[in-house]
Design a protein around this ligand. Sequence first.
Ligand code: AOF
Ligand code: ZN
Length: 376
Amino acid sequence: DQYGQKLRESKAADQRFMQLALALGRRGLGRTWPNPAVGAVVVNDGVIVGRGWTQPGGRPHAEPEALKRTGEAARGATLYVTLEPCSHFGKSPPCVDAVIASGIARVVSAIEDPNPEVAGQGHAKLRAAGITVDVGLGAQEAARDHAGHFRRIRDKRPYVILKLAVSADEMIGAAGHKPVAITGEAARTRVHLLRAQSDAILVGIGTVLADDPHLTCRLPGMEARSPVRVVLDRALRLPGTSNLVQSARQTPLWVMTSDLAAAPAAMKLGAAGAQAVRVPATAKRPGLDLPAVLNALSDKGITRLMVEGGSRVASSFVAGGLVDEIWLFRGPDKVGADGIPALDALPLSAITGSPAFRTRASEPLGNDTLTVYERV
Ligand code: AOF
Ligand code: ZN
């Protein structure tokens, strides 16, 4: 009947506007830390009258950005937002106050904010002001987009994305770190996009000494979206002449080191524009205590961390149960039995055959394939 038809149409419209809000929010991924990347859309009588997303550095929040553009058209309108509007006085006044003052009649919110300062009070305050609040549309996608914020708030560590590029024989490099092409151009572009959407990117000192990487996003026009570079370097062996240190004034470089590392080496890094961050060393292992590293990064505001190697670091993260998501790129060629195995002493099946991970998606990329795994 006519009524049912209208209802279906409005449900489809809600879905469409929430998808748009989600897409807008994703624009901020990698740039809004320590805050989540939220998107907001204002719709009046079926017409989009305002759009906004969390700005770089996390402020302004998405809702005031959208409402600022909406003006008077917010009266009686619907606000679609990908996270519960905040209700606390933080670095800015509560977004719910701005929403209430604007005259918005209905709020469609994807998911509750687990931040204890908000945690349902945002929705409650809107309802108390007479606004209709519908929660849960797009919740699954929003939970994925805000996974970094949720991990940081709930577990005091970042959401960890491990990137692996392996040959047909499951190696990540050739013997003696000889340069070898494992994956092609399309995969490389994806990796750089993933870098842009990460707050920070982490490697071990072994990788730096072997490859002297830049770890920046080098997609045309996206250079400014490079993440913070993080190096695990217990004994501060990072050379001042490395590409990382040389570019530390353009793109932040944090060196995670032991609380026992020499002070002069740390000061030298500081003078070059980098930052030494001290965390406890472990007695047993040669490396740093990874949970302590993650905790320190979370304290500094990092919500989405990409781990890029090498094999020892990857293996330690997997063995420690610290990986939330894996981007596994598989190339078509073999490297040979003397290559560097992807996960050091662990077989790759520690991921691909593990009940701890399920396949989220798989797609061909040129001659390679990308499979994304996520924690069950
Ligand atoms: C929103 N919209 O766009 C974002 C929100 O320190 P503040 O004042 O910037 O507040 C940070 C908290 O606000 C953050 O931890 C998260 O709970 C929420 N982020 N909320 O309504 C936004 N980015
Ligand atoms: Zn807010």
